[in-house]
Design a protein around this ligand. Structure first.
Ligand SMILES: [Zn+2]
Length: 244
């Protein structure tokens, strides 16, 4: 009995020491969320809009997805603290997404920072975003799910509704930059097939692959096309429900 008590006491002491070591060793990462847009309020507070935990994808690799991580830090040490943000999928290797440098605030208060992130997802499934304070072993892991959506086909009724309401959204253009050279291309998704495209505007290729005229790099466009078609379909669904 006595031995157990001593052991417990020692464990308690070790825990206390560990906590105090953690405090001494600096920054604590307490929370992170992902959102699509960030703004600062007049009082200097960070507002995040469209908080999310998963991306929708129509094909792989996806187009580059951009988002923000909002991170809360405590006990910033004097000087500059670096946070490395990386992403992993299953047992795959970690890929670095960003390195953020934060200067110590005048007081030791909770500090909220936003880090812009960008990534092209190769597969669906669960990804883990890792936040690591450089020089420490502290890591905060936040899950991020990538979910495959079915190809957004418009039904005969939806197409007929669009034909009868030509003022509604039926085509969207997107300027795509070659990821290997400065060339720009304008693609248009038009669900009313009989309309001709303007000069200089290209249709999305059926294969989803477009070879850059300048450098020969192959651009993967299927996911972007799916996003555009999905917006058109959603607009038709909403207007039909609204009884227009
Ligand atoms: Zn190119």
């Amino acid at each position: 009995m006595a031995k157990k008590k001593v052991a417990k006491k020692k464990l308690g002491q070790r825990k206390k020491q560990a906590v105090s070591m953690n405090r001494k060793s600096g920054t604590n990462l307490s929370a992170a969320v992902f959102c699509n847009a960030v703004s600062k309020s007049e009082s200097g507070k960070t507002n995040c809009r469209d908080v999310f935990t998963s991306f929708l994808a129509w094909a792989y690799p996806t187009s580059y997805r951009s988002w923000f991580a909002i991170l809360t830090l405590y006990n910033l040490p004097p000087g500059t603290t670096t946070i490395v943000v990386s992403i992993s999928h299953g047992r795959g290797k970690k890929t670095t997404l960003a390195k953020a440098k934060i200067k110590c605030p005048p007081e030791d208060l909770g500090n909220i920072i936003n880090i812009p992130l960008r990534h092209k997802f190769q597969n669906e499934g669960l990804y883990i975003v890792h936040f690591n304070v450089v020089g420490t072993t502290k890591v905060l892991k936040i899950p991020l799910n990538v979910t495959t959506r079915p190809w957004p086909k418009l039904t005969k009724k939806e197409l007929a509704f669009l034909q009868n309401n030509p003022s509604l959204l039926h085509s969207i253009r997107m300027v795509v930059k070659c990821s290997n050279c400065p060339s720009l291309y304008t693609f248009e998704e038009n669900v009313l097939a009989e309309e001709k495209l303007e000069n200089g505007v290209l249709p999305f290729p059926d294969s989803g692959l477009f070879k850059c005229n300048n450098c020969g790099h192959k651009l993967q466009l299927k996911d972007i096309q799916g996003q555009l078609r999905s917006s058109i379909k959603m607009s038709v669904i909403m207007f039909r429900k609204g009884g227009r």
